[in-house]
Design a protein around this ligand. Structure first.
Ligand code: NDP
Ligand code: 8X3
Length: 258
């Protein structure tokens, strides 16, 4: 007998950070499968282009995830047939720089924390009551291998992704019995605008990150989310770590001679 998955045409998906990278790929994946998608971000011209590409099953809306009131108003004001969300992908986020902690610009730390932590919880808090009251839903956070393993210069970025991971595990406990699933996706290197943002527009530096390796694409990440979201309702993937085959772990660093 065929394995029964969730019918994607029954789903309404809300994805933040859809003007680029993972978010845009997630919107394309779910729309391609017949779902309805609400795609958000700050760059209105990118949202308009996505709308022109993906059509009537896509609703776009601009907001800054750091602004809880704006996020809550956006969710409350969603038009039919986008109002009853099933899948929420709190994806918007960024890394800024790779400097050691003692040299970092404090505003970079603040921006990462405001976006990846405060913006993330804003999205979850604005959407969760609807999922719980409808007795069905799935929240996805985008963690990172940087939240699992430390690396030089990962400081606040890794900290924000460790927060996301632990927050989601706790949220699973809160939601026991509510039929709302929670999954933290933890990708390694994926070629998007992520490194361009991390290196503040330096295209040369950004492209060397992905030079000469079989990296993962945003489509690979979108596929893992689509898979988790369409698994039968009684299955919850708690955490899913995905890396390019050509990325792995390294030995501990040791300083000698002090
Ligand atoms: P991109 O830079 O391509 O996309 C980031 C998205 O986040 C953009 O759509 C951007 O939209 C949005 N965003 C950033 N700040 C805000 C804000 N304040 N309000 C609303 N939207 C915002 O990067 P990725 O697609 O790679 O990153 C997506 C997520 O995946 C991030 O959380 C990132 O940390 C995580 N990640 C990325 C990995 C990678 O290697 N690429 C690996 C592991 C995790 P706009 O600027 O229009 O607002
Ligand atoms: C992005 C992956 O390894 O650049 O979260 O931190 S990494």
């Amino acid at each position: 007998m065929a394995y029964a998955t969730i019918d994607p045409t029954s789903l309404t998906v809300f994805v933040t950070g859809a003007t680029s990278g993972f978010g845009a790929a997630i919107a394309r994946r779910f729309i391609g499968a017949g779902a309805r998608v609400v795609a958000t971000g700050r760059r209105v011209e990118r949202l308009d282009a996505l709308k022109a590409e993906l059509g009537d099953n896509l609703h776009v809306a601009a907001h800054d995830v750091r602004d809880f009131a704006a996020t809550e108003a956006l969710v409350a004001g969603l038009p039919e047939p986008f109002r009853d969300l099933d899948v929420v992908v709190a994806n918007a986020g960024l890394a800024l720089g790779l400097k050691p902690g003692q040299e970092v610009d404090i505003s970079d730390w603040h921006t990462m924390i405001d976006t990846n932590v405060t913006g993330f919880v804003n999205t979850v808090r604005a959407t969760l009551p609807g999922l719980v009251s409808r007795g069905r839903g799935h929240v996805f956070s985008i963690g990172s291998v940087a939240g699992d393993y430390p690396y030089p210069g990962g400081n606040a970025y890794g900290g924000t992704k460790a927060f996301v991971k632990q927050f989601c595990l706790s949220l699973r406990s809160d939601l026991l019995g509510k039929n709302v699933r929670v999954t933290n996706i933890e990708p390694g290197m994926v070629e998007t605008e992520f490194s361009l943002v991390r290196f503040k527009g330096d295209e040369g530096k950004a492209s060397t990150v992905y030079d000469n390796l079989r990296g993962m694409s945003a489509d690979d990440v979108a596929e893992t989310i689509y898979w988790c979201a369409t698994l039968p309702e009684h299955v919850n993937v708690n955490r899913l770590q995905v890396m390019p085959t050509d990325q792995a772990f390294s030995a501990f660093a040791v300083h000698r001679g002090t």
